[in-house]
Structure formats: structure tokens, C-alpha cells
Design a protein around this ligand. Structure first.
Ligand SMILES: O=C(O)[C@H](CS(=O)(=O)O)OP(=O)(O)O
Ligand SMILES: [Mg+2]
Length: 236
């Protein structure tokens, strides 16, 4: 991946659709999304608004709606990995609407490849970028108008990891642990929180899949994507 051109931008700085976009939300949308797949969800529809989320849920009986912040009527779950990890989502479709992560993914829906990422899927995301040999990758730092250090640290880590397999994650994880979002989650400033949320958001490579979002019948749909490791590939 030597020579990959990387940009790190906030949602508001996105002028035109990038070719390849990695949308990063560590705390908590794309940690939650990864947990939803681990708990058996088939796909996640990224909703434009809370009203759209409820309307999308109402169209099919198998759908569950998830929002950030406090619980609300009509929504089945909140944006918390700690709360989600005990829910069986086998075969279900999740409809997710959050303040930052889902907005970031919808902002790049015209890109040719959209990956949604966080630390729990960092290595698989980096591996997918390596496999695609993209010349240019735009990392969307979703939190705090592009300033959220947990998202920027994760984006920078994935970019480095895509270029150099030996990159050490420790410093990047430390920045995320010391971010404002982590403090707000720990101190109860944010709502819909489980005490393990920050720790779960900092679990490097907990899951072996990347997450790819693409338009399906005009809806932005996120799905897990298996990315064989080099060891798997060479053992075949
Ligand atoms: O759920 C989250 O952590 C945030 C929303 S808030 O900052 O807690 O209100 O949403 P996300 O889109 O996952 O950053
Ligand atoms: Mg966030």
C-alpha cells in the first residue's frame, strides 16, 4: 500500500463523493454495528432520521430500530455495545440512526466503496484496503465536526496499518481512551450507556470482518464482509 494518498475530514468538509471512504465512529455507532453482526444481525439499514428509522421498522416485522441517546418509544435498542451484546439478533435487520456515525456514512453514499469502521474491526478494515489497492482513501472522522480524537486516532491507525502491518496500536488506543467521548460516556454525560461501553469500544480487532455499506434500493445498507488474513490465504 505504499503511496496510498489519505485524507482525514469531518462530515461538513466532504465536498464531492470520494472514491473510497472509510467512515469512522469508535464511540459508538460502528462498535455497536459490529456487535450487532456478532449477535447475528443480517444487515443494518442506516436511517436518515428518527422518523425514517421508525417508518423503515414498520415496513417489516423482522426489523429492530436502534437510536443513540436515551430509549424512546418505538425504538427497541440504544447505541450501546454493552447493552447489545446480550441481545439475540439472529437473522434480524437492524435500523440504526445516530448523531454522527450513520450521518457520516450517508454523506458518502455515492462513493464506490464505503467502509464503516472502529477499533473492533480495524485490522479487517486495513486488510480490505490493502486488498483493494486503493490509490486514495478518504477517512471521515465523524465525531465533533471532525475533531473527535477517538475517531481520528482510529482512522490514523487504520491508515498506518494498511500501509505497514507492524504498526503498534497502543498510542492510538490511548488517545481514544483519553478522548472527550470516553470521558462523557464514563461520567454519564451521554445517555443510553452501559458501564462497559468504553472498554468495548477500545477492544482492538475483536471481530474478524470489515463492514461495507452500499446503496440497495436507495437505502444505505451495512453488511459484514469477511476478509481472509494472509495466513488464511496462504494456508489454502
Ligand atoms: O451514541 C453515541 O455515543 C453518539 C451520540 S451521543 O454523543 O451519545 O449523543 O452517537 P454516535 O453517532 O455513535 O457517535
Ligand atoms: Mg461517535
Amino acid at each position: 500500500m505504499i503511496g496510498m494518498d489519505t485524507r482525514f475530514v469531518g462530515i461538513a468538509e466532504l465536498a464531492e463523493a470520494p472514491s473510497v471512504a472509510v467512515v469512522v465512529d469508535v464511540m459508538r455507532a460502528f462498535t455497536v454495528a459490529a456487535w450487532a453482526f456478532a449477535q447475528g444481525a443480517e444487515k443494518i439499514i442506516l436511517a436518515e432520521s428518527l422518523d425514517d428509522a421508525l417508518a423503515l421498522k414498520a415496513r417489516h416485522r423482522d426489523r429492530v430500530a436502534l437510536k443513540d441517546g436515551p430509549p424512546a418509544p418505538g425504538f427497541d435498542m440504544v447505541n450501546s455495545p454493552g447493552l447489545l451484546r446480550s441481545v439475540d439478533l439472529g437473522g434480524r435487520t437492524v435500523v440504526q440512526k445516530t448523531t454522527a456515525g450513520t450521518v457520516g456514512a450517508l454523506a458518502v453514499k455515492e462513493a464506490s466503496l464505503v467502509l464503516c469502521a472502529s477499533f473492533v474491526v480495524a485490522e479487517a478494515t486495513a486488510r480490505l484496503l490493502r486488498t483493494r489497492r486503493s490509490d486514495s482513501v478518504t477517512f471521515v472522522v465523524t465525531g465533533d465536526d471532525g475533531q473527535a480524537d477517538e475517531d481520528l486516532a482510529c482512522a490514523q491507525y487504520i491508515a498506518r496499518r494498511a500501509a505497514e502491518a507492524g504498526t503498534d496500536a497502543a498510542g492510538f488506543l490511548r488517545r481514544a481512551a483519553e478522548s472527550r467521548a470516553a470521558a462523557e460516556l464514563a461520567e454519564g454525560v451521554r445517555q443510553g450507556v452501559h458501564p462497559d461501553d468504553v472498554a468495548l469500544c477500545l477492544e482492538l480487532d475483536r471481530f474478524p470482518f470489515a463492514m461495507v455499506a452500499a446503496l440497495e434500493d436507495s437505502l444505505m445498507v451495512l453488511r459484514p464482509c469477511a476478509v481472509p488474513s494472509l495466513a488464511d490465504a496462504t494456508s489454502i
